[in-house]
Write a protein that binds this ligand. Structure first.
Ligand code: NAD
Length: 409
C-alpha cells in the first residue's frame, strides 16, 4: 500500500459513517492539480545536477492551498499527494481558512552545499511561481527545509510578482516571519498530549515519554513537555537514539545537539536503537520523524499506553486496526501536529496586515484553537463510538463538504 491509499482508507472509514455520495467522495479525494517539474542546477563541482520537484494542490474549497515543502530522498508524487490530502483535512479540523497542498524536491539536503540548496530552491520557485501566491497556494517548512529556505522562496517569488511576504510561511522572524512559528508544531503536540492525558486522568508531570525524531518538531515537543515536568526517557534521530530511565535532561541534550547535529554521543543517556524506542514500555510514544513508521508487526510489539502522532502519516491502516483492537488510543496527525499550520495562518494574516503580533497572543490563540478542536473531536468520538482519527476525519469532511456545496460545484 502507498501513502495516498492509506490516507484515503482513513477518509473512507469516516465517510462510511456519513451520508457521502460516491461522486462527492471522488471529488474530495482527488487532488485538484499536480505539478511535476525538472529542477536543473549547476553543482559546486561544475557538473549539472538534475532533481525533480513536486507540488500537489489537493483541495481549496475552504481557502488557498496550504502546506509544507519537503527536501528528502523519498519525496515523490504519491507522498506529496498523501501529505497534501492530510493538509486539507488538517486545516479543516482546526477550522482555519485554507485548503491543502504539499510538495518538495527529491534530494538529500545533507549532501548539498548551502549554495546548491539556494540554487535548487530558486530554480524550483522559477518553475512553480505562477501556481503559488498569497491567495493561491502558500508553502511552509517541512522535513529538510527551514526558515532560510522559506526566505529564499519569498525573495525569488518577489522577482516575478513583487513584494508578497504572505506567499510563504515559516520565514525567519527577522524576515517577515511570525513569533512562535518555529516552535508551533511542538508546542501544539505538547498541548494535545496534555489534554489527552487529562482525559486519561494523568498529569504531564512524571509521565514517561519516548520521542522518535529530534528535528524541529521532536525537539520542541521535548522542550515543552520537559518544562512541564515530563520524563522523556528515550529520543532518537536518523543516526540512532538514547535512553535514560530517570529522564533525559533536555536542556543538556540540546547543547549537545547544537554542536553535534545528532543525539548520538550524548553522555546523559545510554545508546538505544529506533526499534527499541518504538517498542519500549512507556506512557506516551510520539513519532516525530517520517511517515509509515508503524506497520502491523510493530503495532503488535508497541508497549505504550498512548500514541500522539507528531509526524505526518506515521501509522499504516493495518497498524491502526491493531492499536484499536489492543485499546491503545492514537491521537491523529491531523489534530496533534496542526499547531504549525495554525501559526502559519497567523503569520499569513500578519503579513497581509503588515502588522506584528506578540508571542503571548500567538501562543494563547494557538492553544485556544487546539484545545477547542481536541474537545470537539474527543466528544464526537465518544458519541459515535469511533476512534479519534475517524472523528477528526468526520469533522473535516463535513466542513470541506459544506464549503463545496455552498461555493457551488
Ligand atoms: P526535521 O527535518 O526538522 O526533523 C526530522 C527528524 O527526524 C530529524 O531528527 C531526523 O534525523 C529524524 N529522522 C529521520 N529519519 C529517521 C528515522 N528513520 N528514525 C528516527 N528518526 C529519523 O523535520 P520536522 O519539521 O521536525 O518534521 C518531522 C515530522 O513532523 C514530519 O513528518 C513532518 O511532516 C511533520 N510535521 C512538521 C511540521 C513543521 O512545522 N515542521 C508541521 C506538521 C507536521
Amino acid at each position: 500500500m502507498q501513502a495516498f491509499e492509506a490516507t484515503n482508507r482513513y477518509f473512507d472509514e469516516a465517510a462510511g459513517l456519513m451520508d457521502l455520495t460516491g461522486n462527492m467522495r471522488t471529488m474530495m479525494i482527488n487532488p485538484d492539480r499536480e505539478l511535476r517539474v525538472e529542477v536543473v542546477i549547476e553543482m559546486d563541482s561544475g557538473e549539472i545536477g538534475n532533481f525533480v520537484g513536486y507540488r500537489v494542490q489537493h483541495d481549496n474549497a475552504r481557502g488557498p492551498f496550504k502546506g509544507g515543502l519537503r527536501y528528502h530522498p523519498h519525496v515523490d508524487q504519491d507522498e506529496a499527494r498523501s501529505l497534501a490530502s492530510l493538509m486539507t483535512w488538517k486545516t479543516a479540523v482546526v477550522d482555519i481558512p485554507f485548503g491543502g497542498g504539499k510538495g518538495g524536491v527529491n534530494c538529500d539536503p545533507n549532501k548539498l552545499s548551502r549554495g546548491e540548496l539556494e540554487r535548487l530552491t530558486r530554480k524550483f520557485v522559477e518553475k512553480i511561481h505562477d501556481f503559488i501566491g498569497p491567495d493561491k497556494d502558500i508553502p511552509a517548512p517541512d522535513v529538510g527545509t527551514d526558515g532560510q529556505v522559506m526566505a529564499w522562496i519569498m525573495n525569488e517569488y518577489a522577482k516575478f510578482h513583487g513584494f508578497h511576504p504572505a506567499v510563504v510561511t515559516g520565514k525567519p522572524v527577522e524576515f517577515h516571519g511570525s513569533a512562535g512559528r518555529e516552535a508551533a508544531t511542538g508546542y501544539g503536540v505538547a498541548i494535545i498530549a496534555r489534554e489527552t492525558l487529562k482525559k486519561l486522568g494523568k498529569p504531564i508531570a512524571g509521565t514517561t515519554f519516548a520521542i522518535q525524531g529530534y528535528g524541529n518538531v521532536g525537539s520542541y515537543t521535548a522542550r515543552f513537555l520537559h518544562a512541564q515536568g515530563a520524563k522523556i526517557i528515550a529520543v532518537s534521530d536518523a543516526y540512532g537514539g538514547l535512553t535514560n530511565p530517570d529522564g533525559i535532561d533536555i536542556q543538556d541534550l540540546d547543547k549537545h545537539v547544537a554542536v553535534n547535529r545528532k543525539v548520538v554521543g550524548f553522555k546523559g543517556g545510554d545508546p538505544f536503537t529506533n526499534e527499541q524506542l518504538l517498542t519500549m514500555p512507556v506512557d506516551v510514544l510520539i513519532p516525530a520523524a517520517l511517515g509509515g513508521v508503524f506497520d502491523a508487526d510493530i503495532a503488535q510489539a508497541v508497549r505504550a499506553g498512548l500514541i500522539v502522532e507528531a509526524a505526518n502519516g506515521p501509522t499504516w491502516p493495518e497498524a491502526d486496526a491493531v492499536f484499536k483492537s489492543r485499546g491503545i488510543p492514537v491521537v491523529p496527525d491531523i489534530l496533534a501536529n496542526a499547531g504549525g499550520v495554525i501559526v502559519s495562518y497567523f503569520e499569513w494574516v500578519q503579513n497581509l496586515q503588515h502588522f506584528r503580533w506578540p508571542l503571548e497572543q500567538i501562543q494563547r490563540e494557538q492553544e485556544t484553537k487546539m484545545v477547542e478542536s481536541f474537545h470537539k473531536i474527543y466528544e464526537l468520538a465518544q458519541r459515535k463510538g469511533c476512534s479519534l482519527r475517524t472523528a477528526a476525519f468526520m469533522l473535516a469532511i463535513k466542513r470541506v463538504g459544506r464549503a463545496r456545496v455552498l461555493g457551488g460545484i
